[in-house]
Write a protein that binds this ligand. Structure first.
Ligand SMILES: *Cc1c(COP(=O)(O)O)cnc(C)c1O
Length: 435
């Protein structure tokens, strides 16, 4: 444990790092003032705010971004996993111009949505799929479908789970959540969650979770936890939903395929749309057929941009020609190597830090000990996360302040080598505060 004196010094060290950041980003600071006149806190997406003001990106290409103050960074954030292709990928540019040339905002069904749906259902083992504009919307629709299918009201997300802006369950429910009636399961706690499911069976429509908590710290589910959920939900007529918005990139058929556990519904988002606005929900024919407009009493599913040609075309090109199963395997192997090297480094220096995750997604936690649940990360010192974030920015690496990294296909082994060196410099320089 850090003594009082050490803790005070960490405040000073962080303040110094923040002033260095402020001094190096005068244009971003001026833009923050301008932005704050028209958007609350100058922000239109909470997760991108970092105090005292965020980096403002001027342009990006491949794995590089340049901010308006002229600094270059290797982009390790990869748009929170949606930016898997890197910036301005030539094949995606071509797909978008193709879509523009044949028309956008058609207000009609077309062939591209069919080709894309064929690709997505085959890749992720879905009988039927529906497209949305975001992962949030996909989860809202999947949960609503489960409620209609079962005739039950309540849903079970996990404590610490994230399924979108209106489905966020850290420290209870976010105040802006959709008003679903929720009972919260405990991630990786087999007995407690099994008991909760039994207790609420009569009114429980769905259990929803990520097979690895993505934004929640890259904490993988344990196979036994997922198989318990599969057995209990099947036995009790509850719909099991895997939110694979992030995790589907971790294996050619999604993380459920890697675990060998098939839920009733899966939701997708982020990278699958080729970097355009995207979401999808799909799964068993039995449930998805509720939306069939040729059937009796079909459920409505609206969305002006659900089949927009930019997403349908870019997503199809991206999933068939860029993020092929082979590319997926290679990218995740690169991520595994990087995470192993970081953990070796932390071990060698005997510091309380660790990189959690699977394949190309990881979170660097300023914590020792086993992390198997979101509760285990609650005591992480936010000041250490901010310090790592600022030190890495200074070394030319951009990631999330919370320590989240999602490698894009454009990040090279040489970039990973330089990152390991930069993290080693951080560990040497800040060792006194790392336990
Ligand atoms: C990003 C994310 C969402 C929400 O997707 P949006 O497109 O941002 O609405 C849902 N679930 C998970 C696991 C996510 O990471």
């Amino acid at each position: 444990m850090m003594d009082r004196h050490g803790a005070d010094r960490l405040d000073d060290v962080l303040a110094e790092a923040v002033s260095g950041y402020v001094a190096a980003h005068p244009k971003a600071q001026a833009m923050q003032d301008r932005a704050a006149r028209v958007m609350p806190g100058g922000n239109t997406r909470t997760v991108l705010f970092t105090a005292p003001f965020p980096v403002r990106v001027a342009r990006a290409e491949g794995a590089r971004i340049t901010d308006m103050d002229g600094h270059d960074y290797v982009d390790l954030l990869g748009e929170y996993s949606a930016g898997i292709y890197g910036h301005s990928h030539p094949r995606i540019k071509a797909a978008i111009s193709e879509a523009l040339e044949t028309g956008v905002n058609l207000g009609a069904s077309h062939a591209r949505e069919v080709a894309f749906a064929e690709t997505v259902t085959a890749r992720f083992n879905l009988d039927l799929v529906r497209f949305t504009n975001s992962g949030t919307e996909a989860n809202m629709m999947a949960l609503s479908a489960a409620r209609c299918f079962t005739g039950r009201r309540r849903i079970m997300p996990m404590e610490g789970g994230y399924h979108g802006g209106t489905l966020y369950f850290s420290h209870g429910a976010s105040p802006v959540n959709a008003p679903f009636d929720c009972v919260l399961g405990r991630y990786n706690d087999i007995e407690a969650t099994r008991a909760l499911i039994a207790q609420h069976t009569d009114d429980l429509a769905a259990v929803i979770l990520e097979p690895m908590l993505g934004g929640g710290g890259c904490i993988p589910a344990e196979a036994g936890f997922l198989s318990m959920l599969r057995e209990e939900t099947r036995a009790r007529g509850i719909v099991l939903i895997f939110d694979e918005v992030m995790t589907s990139r971790l294996h050619p058929g999604g993380l459920s395929a890697r675990f060998g556990i098939e839920p009733d519904l899966k939701t997708l988002g982020k990278y699958v749309g080729g970097g355009m606005s995207f979401g999808a929900f799909g799964g068993t024919r039995e449930i998805m057929a509720l939306f069939d407009p040729t059937g009796p009493n079909p459920l409505p599913h609206a969305g002006t941009f659900n089949n927009n040609t930019l997403t349908m075309t870019a997503g199809h090109a991206a999933m068939t020609e860029i993020f092929t199963p082979e590319a997926c395997i290679a990218l995740n192997a690169r991520g595994d190597r990087l995470r192993d090297r970081l953990n070796d480094l932390f071990m060698r220096y005997q510091v309380r830090m660790q990189a959690k995750g699977i394949g190309s997604m990881m979170t660097i936690h300023p914590l020792g000990g086993e992390i198997t649940s979101p509760q285990a990360t609650e005591h992480a010192d936010i000041r250490l996360k901010r310090l790592l974030f600022l030190d890495l920015l200074e070394s030319g690496f951009y990631m999330a302040e919370r320590g989240f990294v999602a490698l894009s296909l454009m990040v090279t082994d040489a970039d990973c080598d330089r990152l390991v060196e930069a993290v080693e410099r951080f560990v040497e320089r800040r060792r006194a505060y790392l336990g």
